[in-house]
Design a binder for this molecule. Structure first.
Ligand code: CMC
Length: 427
């Protein structure tokens, strides 16, 4: 029983008492579950004020710019951990001991190859397909290849699915790239780190040895950490909704990939780089800012604003530092970075952005880093999907571990009242 109650008063009816729930952190939530049986639904398109589930994985305080995974601040994880350790934490709830981490790493590393027949599946796609379209299709198809341990009601089967997805996603992502440029697929290498292996599968060819640059490997690892999870965003909610029917986990992750692809979500890093290229010169910034503020223009400043953060996105701060590190290492002076810095400076001092609490988000800098590494913009969201897979699986597992109820929202119907049908076309 909750200590606090809220009372809903409707004209001419007895007051309805509702529990007010309090999590360990965050705002209080009114439990409206009993309202349906009392003849009312709540209306909240876009879930702007609705918690869709209970979770112990990630906490965000958007006003303070705080992001915690299992209680650990994202900046500490980005600076002092590595992606696989963060995966362990997200999936298991605690930081691993050395022995636990070694076992986890060994399992992930030993399952990176994918079924050889998937090579043929790739050949069915046009080479100029968007890599996200290919990734979505291939990930869904994995359901057809790994169906030996697929009873989502069995905990061990869920664990096997989690390891398979985590291990194989970099292989799928790199294959999407190699296929798009007509190069042979590169098999995973177990002697490399998670990020190093991915870079090797992206950039090595049978013709010459590819040596992974440790600074770029670290930067890729950081990009993966910073995208690993973000509580109930659109794609994670999609995975949970798809999974709530007991659907196959590979199919659920494919649904998450589809949702992530949109420019308002994971597609923003690609769109942000395109925008910076379009601006191309600091002199053009005022013109673009004017368009961003014009309600009759659909243009938005990509990489700015967030549904939850009404402060600096803590991931953007780390990303900004990493961006400088990478450009220094590569000895590159990027005009786009200059545009990005100036745009950030001007927007942060502009009343339109200040009043609406619009700050740079994680995607503002990630595109510049990936571009400097030689990764084409069409692959940006693929890398986001690869990183976010662990978050999706952690939420999918948590949902099943806790006992799932099928997601079935209601609606406010505004269509026709009942009317008789008379065919105009019947002879
Ligand atoms: N440029 C210009 N104006 C903006 C922007 C923007 N990027 N974002 C929001 N606004 C304005 C919006 O027009 C509205 O103004 P008004 O109150 O005058 O009507 C106000 O700010 C509130 O915007 P909203 O659309 O109600 O906010 P939302 O929470 O529904 O949208 C968002 C969040 C991320 C979809 C949006 O800020 C946006 O489209 N940003 C650009 C795309 C982007 O960078 N997305 C990546 C998000 S981070 C990665 C991830 O987690 O997926």
């Amino acid at each position: 029983m909750a200590d606090k109650k809220a009372t809903l008063t409707l004209p001419g009816e007895a007051p309805i008492e509702l529990d007010v729930l309090k999590g360990t952190l965050g705002q209080e939530e009114i439990d409206v579950r009993s309202l349906g049986s009392q003849g009312y639904f709540t209306f909240d398109p876009g879930f702007t004020s609705t918690a869709s589930c209970e979770s112990k994985i990630t906490y965000i305080d958007g006003d303070e710019g705080i992001l915690l995974h299992r209680g650990f601040p994202i900046d500490q994880l980005a600076l002092h951990s590595n992606y696989l350790e963060v995966c362990y934490i997200l999936l298991n709830g605690e930081a691993p001991t050395k022995a636990q981490f070694e076992e986890f790493r060994t399992i992930v590393t030993r399952h990176t190859m994918i079924h050889e027949q998937i090579h043929h599946l790739f050949r069915g796609f046009r080479r100029d397909s968007h890599p996200m379209a290919v990734m979505c299709g291939v990930t869904g198809a994995l359901a057809a290849f790994y169906h030996d341990a697929m009873d989502v009601n069995i905990e061990r089967h869920r664990e096997i699915a989690a390891f398979r997805l985590l291990s194989k996603m970099p292989t799928v992502a790199a294959m999407c790239y190699k296929y798009s440029i007509g190069q042979p697929f590169v098999y995973p290498r177990n002697d490399l780190s998670y990020a190093g292996n991915f870079l090797n599968m992206m950039f090595s060819t049978p013709c010459e040895e590819y040596v992974v640059n440790p600074i770029l490997e670290r930067a890729m690892d950081r990009i993966l950490i910073l995208h690993a999870d973000h509580e109930q965003n659109a794609s994670t909610s999609t995975v949970r909704t798809a999974g709530s029917s007991g659907a196959n986990p590979f199919a659920c992750i494919a649904a998450g990939i589809a949702s992530l692809w949109g420019p308002a979500h994971g597609g923003a890093n690609e769109a942000c780089l395109r925008m910076l290229e379009e601006i191309s010169n600091v002199e053009h910034i005022p013109e673009f800012l004017k368009r961003a503020k014009d309600k009759n223009d659909s243009f938005r400043l990509m990489g700015f604003g967030h549904r939850v953060y009404k402060n600096y996105d803590p991931r953007a701060t780390v990303m900004r530092e990493t961006c400088h590190e990478v450009l220094n290492e590569l000895g590159m002076k990027d005009d786009l970075l200059e545009v990005a810095m100036e745009l950030e400076h001007i927007a942060l001092n502009d009343p339109y952005f200040i009043e609406r609490k619009l700050y740079p988000n994680v995607d503002f800098y990630s595109g510049i880093i990936l571009k400097a590494m030689g990764i084409p913009s069409s692959m940006f969201t693929v890398i986001f999907a690869m990183a976010r897979t662990v978050g999706w699986i952690a939420h999918w597992k948590e949902m099943h571990d806790d006992g799932v109820k099928i997601a079935r929202p209601r609606q406010l119907y505004t269509g026709y009242d009942k009317r008789d049908f008379k065919s105009e076309t019947a002879e």
